[in-house]
Every structure is written in structure tokens, then in C-alpha cells.
Design a protein around this ligand. Structure first.
Ligand code: NI
Length: 212
């Protein structure tokens, strides 16, 4: 056995490095050229970026004073976002009451929070209809409505379930089934946490205080 048997002879090493470099260049080329290859080769990166953007996103809507607003207008504010409609018999009023009382429990800290009610019933929820409604819950509650397309876009962005169903008892002939999640969005517009309309005001206030 020679003394240098564990050392790779230089020509073979060069060849191995050359082949490795070839593979690396090929992979790099594939990443640059094929977006699908990139998606397959970098799943972890993609999952992370999608995960952060799962709930929320840009919107353009009309507030209860008739003013056009976008999500950008609320940057710097912690938002408590709730979807519903003014003709909702019970879930929406109780959810809004819980939000209003949670914000009041926070005292001066609560002034950094903007509660937002986004209508899932743009046909009936005009700005004027929303104005009367939001003022009955909290002086700073912002009501937002829009065209059916704008509402469809924002409910999709927030993963809100909305289903119009016939209702002979309603004068309009329909009611709306909807999920009743209360979303907390940070001053940067990103999703922070969520509650349901059945979460107590104390629990919401405690958890909101930690994000402020
Ligand atoms: Ni409701």
C-alpha cells in the first residue's frame, strides 16, 4: 500500500470539480430560465412568502361617509376587521359589540386601534345605510362597502365565506350566510391574529394590548 493512497490524484479531482461546476451552472440556468423549475426547486422560500400573505391584501372601497379609501389609508393603525352586513340578525351585532367593548377596555391604548366593518351585502349596504349602523356600535367604527366586484375581491383576500341564500321573511328576499372571523391586522397591513365573534371582549382586549 502506498502512502498517498487516500489522496485523489490531481487529474481526477479536476474532472470531478469540472462535473460539479457543470451541474451547478445547469441548475442555476434552469432557475433563471424556468419559473416552474424555480418553484419546484425552492419550495421552502415560496411557502414562507405565501404564508405571510394568506389573509388580507390591497383593497379599494367606499367608507360610510362616501369617501373612496384603500388599505394604504390605514397604514400605521392596528386594524380590527370584521365582515358582515347591516341586515344580519344576530351574529354581526354581537361581533361588533364585542369589538367595541374590547377597544374601550384598552383605554387610551385603544385609540391606536381602528375597527373596520366591511359589508358582504353591497346591494343593500349603501354608505348611508352603513353610517347609521356603525355609529350605533362605536364612534370610531369605519363602515366599508363597494361594488359587488370590489366586495368579492376583498372577501377573497380575507378568505371570508359569503353565500347569498333565499329568505322569504326578508323584504329583499334574501339573507347572507358568512363566516364571522375578527381579524387583527398590524400597522404594516399584515395579518397578526384572529378571533371569532364568540371570543370575549376581555380576551380580545388582552391579546390586542400585546400587539400594541
Ligand atoms: Ni352577520
Amino acid at each position: 500500500m502506498s502512502e498517498d493512497s487516500d489522496v485523489v490524484p490531481a487529474p481526477k479531482l479536476r474532472l470531478a470539480l469540472f462535473i460539479l461546476a457543470g451541474f451547478a451552472l445547469g441548475a442555476l440556468g434552469a432557475l433563471l430560465i424556468f419559473p416552474t423549475a424555480r418553484a419546484k426547486l425552492l419550495p421552502a422560500v415560496n411557502v414562507r412568502s405565501v404564508g405571510q400573505a394568506l389573509i388580507g391584501g390591497p383593497f379599494t372601497l367606499t367608507d360610510h361617509t362616501g369617501k373612496r379609501v384603500t388599505d394604504q389609508d390605514f397604514r400605521g393603525r392596528t386594524l380590527v376587521v370584521f365582515f358582515g352586513f347591516t341586515f344580519c340578525p344576530d351574529v354581526c351585532p354581537s361581533g361588533l359589540q364585542v369589538i367595541a367593548s374590547a377597544i374601550d377596555k384598552l383605554g387610551p391604548k385603544g385609540e391606536r386601534v381602528t375597527p373596520i366593518f366591511i359589508s358582504v351585502d353591497p346591494e343593500r349596504d349603501t354608505p348611508a345605510q352603513l353610517a347609521t349602523y356603525v355609529q350605533s356600535f362605536h364612534p370610531r367604527l369605519v363602515g366599508l362597502t363597494g361594488t359587488p366586484a370590489e366586495i368579492a375581491a376583498v372577501t377573497k383576500a380575507y378568505r371570508v365565506y359569503v353565500q347569498k341564500v333565499p329568505d322569504p321573511k326578508s323584504t329583499a328576499g334574501y339573507t347572507i350566510d358568512h363566516s364571522s372571523i375578527i381579524y387583527v391586522m398590524g400597522p404594516d397591513g399584515a395579518y397578526r391574529t384572529h378571533f371569532t365573534h364568540a371570543t370575549s371582549a376581555d380576551v380580545i382586549a388582552d391579546r390586542l394590548a400585546k400587539t400594541l
